[in-house]
Each structure stands twice: as C-alpha cells, then as structure tokens.
Design a protein around this ligand. Structure first.
Ligand SMILES: Cc1ncc(COP(=O)(O)O)c(C=O)c1O
Length: 372
C-alpha cells in the first residue's frame, strides 16, 4: 500500500469503524486453525444431527446444518480466475469478496467509508438509484453532477465537489442509459481523486462490453473499487451473488462490516458451477445470443414512427425516447409489457427502458408498439 493510499483510507474511515472488532462468527474463528479434522464443533449452536426435510429423492439437506464460511474463499478464487481470464493484469494487492448481490456491495461501501450526518457521496445521474438510496438511508449526503447530454462525465463540475466527497459512484456500462463511460475520463478522475475520495465503478453489465472494464487500472489507482454481479449476464439474479474488488487497504475495513455469513451454501454451489469453465462458456454463448436479439430489436424499434431515438446499448437493455406526450411506459403496461420508466432527469424525459428478453418476448413487445 502506498503512503498516499494509506492516508486516504485513514482519512475516510470513520473512527467508529476503526474501533470496530469484527463479530467472531462460527467459521471466522476456524480461519488459520490447523489439524482440525478430528475436532468436535460445538461453538455455534448448530444442529449436528439433522433430519432430511422433504423427499429424500429430491436431494435432502443434511449438509446445510452448518453455518457457511464467513467469506467463501473458493468463490472468491473462482471469481478471481474468471477476472484474470478476461483481464490478465490484476493488481497484486487486489482482493475479492463475495457479497449478496451488487446492492450489498454498495451498501457496505457507504457504511464503511461515510460518516452519517457528515460525509457525502457523489453520483452522476441518470444512473442506478441505489447509490443515492443507500446514502439517504444512512443520513449521508449525495452530491449530484448529472452526466452530459452525451451521457458522459462532467469532469469540471465533479472536480468542484471532490474536497467534500468520500465516494464517487459511477456505473459503466451505465443503467439506464446503456452506454460505457469514456476510459480517459475515468483515468482523469482517478488522477484527481487520489488524495480525496474512493472511486467506485459498478460493472454490473460488464459482460456485454468486456473491453471497457477498469480492473487493470487498480494497480495504478488503489483507491479504485469495482463492483460486479452474477445477476445480469450470468442470469443468476435469484441467488444474490455479487463481488467487491478492491485494494487490500479498502477490503480490510469492508470485511469488518460484512454480515457474519453473507453467502448461503446453495447460492455458493450454483455460483461455482456458473464460474466453472463450462459455466463461463455457457454464459458467453447466451450473452452473444442476447446481443443478437438486442441488435435486431433496436433496429426494428428505431423504424417505428413514434420513436425519436434508440440509444446505443452496451447492456442487456435498451433506452428508447418516444416522440410527443404519450406515456409509452403506461401504454406498454396496459398491453401486458412491463418495462421501466427511468427517473425523470431532463436527459431521459420521455424515455422507456426495456430489458432484452427472449426473441418471443421482444417480438410481442414490438407487435404491441406497432399496434399503437
Ligand atoms: C448498475 C447496477 N448495479 C447493481 C445492480 C444490482 O445488482 P444485484 O442483483 O447484484 O444486487 C443493478 C440491478 O439492476 C444495476 O443495474
């Protein structure tokens, strides 16, 4: 860790977090202990002898009687390996933590690095709403510097806010605009935040634009933190697995606040299958199929008379601006298509965000729009 990074982290972490002694969960105690094969584990009020619920043919549940690992290392290793495949230059001091979805990663970062009633985060809307929501829920202020008309960073106005800011939350590819933030802007921002703030890049949609990742910048900028998830391209939203990737200096504080057993065993088992070589191949295949459907849908929609603009997408959704005053979100809903009306920032007024589903669902959506 550089002296500068050390000073930044010490400046950002509230005293209450510095004093915090992590909860000694059943599995955290076992870390570092050797020759434990013959130990009798009676430290966590678990049921050692447990019945099989339901039909035994369905698989039973006997191996779920013990609390899971407090931070499943096999999952972190598997994700590290997955990252390295796409991005061989990973910072030596980077650590990966599996959490309950990217949303938990956002929540943990605000709780670890912002003092309620005192600190502020910075967001660049239109963007994912959970950054501001988490800050609001903890009494942390949010500075708002909207993206430019091209949905890029307004670096001049961001820089004006940095002295007061603890975390800059960015999203690339961005939700709901669907575009990637310019890498040079991210580098410029990382340069001028070195002594000021953490820069968090939420890469929830990275598999749809893998070349845009900022992971390789972490060795040069240890105040960069990356958030990932299995909810999008991997198609595993229900198992609630996300990842936090950051310098050891960042992660050592975050791990003090993480829940005692964040990842349920069945979720970890499914995630490990998805991150295996076969799982990764399946994900890559379904991603390219989805991109094909997306590009076909975008082409068709852009020809409809009531469509003003279909914004380019590096994600599994598309943002569409409609002409006139008709509420097309409501129109679609009335006809059985549930889309999303993004928060009404000026740049996305009159827009509807539509996730890319199966070819069948997109054909139905197109038909509904054609009937208008
Ligand atoms: C940009 C972004 N980050 C995070 C999330 C939440 O991801 P998870 O399901 O891993 O909590 C979403 C979900 O829509 C998202 O769009």
């Amino acid at each position: 860790m550089t002296t500068g990074q050390h000073q930044l982290i010490e400046k950002l972490v509230p005293d209450s977090i510095k004093k915090l002694i992590p909860y000694q969960s059943a599995r955290r105690i076992a870390r570092g202990m050797k020759n434990t094969e013959n130990h009798v584990w009676l430290n966590a009020n678990e049921l050692e002898v447990c019945c099989q619920y339901g039909d035994e043919k369905e698989g039973g549940n006997s191996h779920y009687n013990r609390y899971p690992d407090y931070l499943p290392t096999d999952l972190a290793f598997a994700y590290w390996d997955y990252c390295k495949q796409a991005q061989p230059v990973m910072a030596d001091s980077a650590e990966i933590m599996a959490v309950r979805g990217a949303d938990e990663a956002i929540d943990l970062l605000v709780r670890t690095f912002c003092k309620p009633g005192n600190d502020q985060i910075l967001v660049c809307p239109p963007t994912y709403g959970m950054y501001e929501f988490c800050a609001d829920s903890m009494g942390v202020k949010t500075a708002v510097v909207p993206l430019t008309a091209e949905f890029q960073l307004n670096l001049i106005d961001i820089k004006k806010q940095l002295a007061e800011t603890s975390i800059v939350f960015l999203c690339s590819p961005n939700n709901p605009t669907g575009n990637v933030l310019a890498q040079q802007d991210l580098v410029d921002l990382l340069e001028c935040t070195k002594d000021e703030a953490l820069v968090v890049v939420d890469e929830a949609y990275i598999e749809f634009a893998p070349q845009s990742t900022v992971l390789h910048l972490m060795s040069q900028y240890p105040h960069l933190v990356v958030i990932r998830t299995l909810s999008k391209a991997f198609g595993l939203a229900a198992i609630r697995i996300g990842f936090l990737i950051g310098d050891q200096s960042v992660m050592s504080y975050v791990s003090r606040l993480v829940a005692p057993y964040p990842i349920a065993d069945p979720s970890a088992e499914i995630a490990l299958k998805a991150l295996s070589p076969t799982g990764r191949q399946q994900m890559a295949q379904q991603t390219s199929e989805l991109i094909e459907i997306r590009d076909w849908f975008m082409g068709e929609v852009s020809q409809l008379p009531m469509v003003e603009k279909v914004f380019p997408s590096s994600t599994n959704f598309v943002l569409i601006r409609f002409k006139g005053s008709e509420n097309f979100y409501q129109y679609l809903l009335n006809h059985g298509v549930v889309a999303r009306s993004p928060a009404q920032e000026a740049t996305v007024k009159g827009c509807v965000r539509i996730s890319i589903g199966s070819a069948e669902s997109m054909t139905k959506t197109l038909d509904v729009l054609k009937q208008y």
